[in-house]
Design a binder for this molecule. Sequence first.
Ligand code: AMP
Length: 114
Amino acid sequence: MDKTLFEKIIDREIPASIVYETDNVLAFEDVNPQAPVHVLVIPKKPIPKLSDADIDDQSLLGELLMSVNIIAKQLNLNNDGYRVVINNGENACQTVFHLHLHIMGGRGFSWPPG
Ligand code: AMP
């Protein structure tokens, strides 16, 4: 199967501005930022979307959320707050089918989202 864009970023085949990396997780700046800070956090394991994760992925999913926490501190987002988004599938406008968490900060957000 063809590699997704994000697998190519993991393999350093296409460039990205990487802000955080562990054995299991990579985070990099979104190329089309929707906020002053917009970072994507991905597992290195190619899970297409959240609903494809299974019980074996439980600790990896926890590690992704903890990574968000660490990165948000690193980027000084804690004082004002930030939004974390997972688009899952077509109705949610997911465009890259490699699980990713959006961290967005540096501005206020409204609710409900569009
Ligand atoms: P989603 O709509 O949740 O699937 O989000 C995919 C995100 O990937 C979008 O916010 C895009 O701007 C972002 N994106 C697409 N290509 C790249 C890339 N080469 N580097 C960084 N972010 C990207």
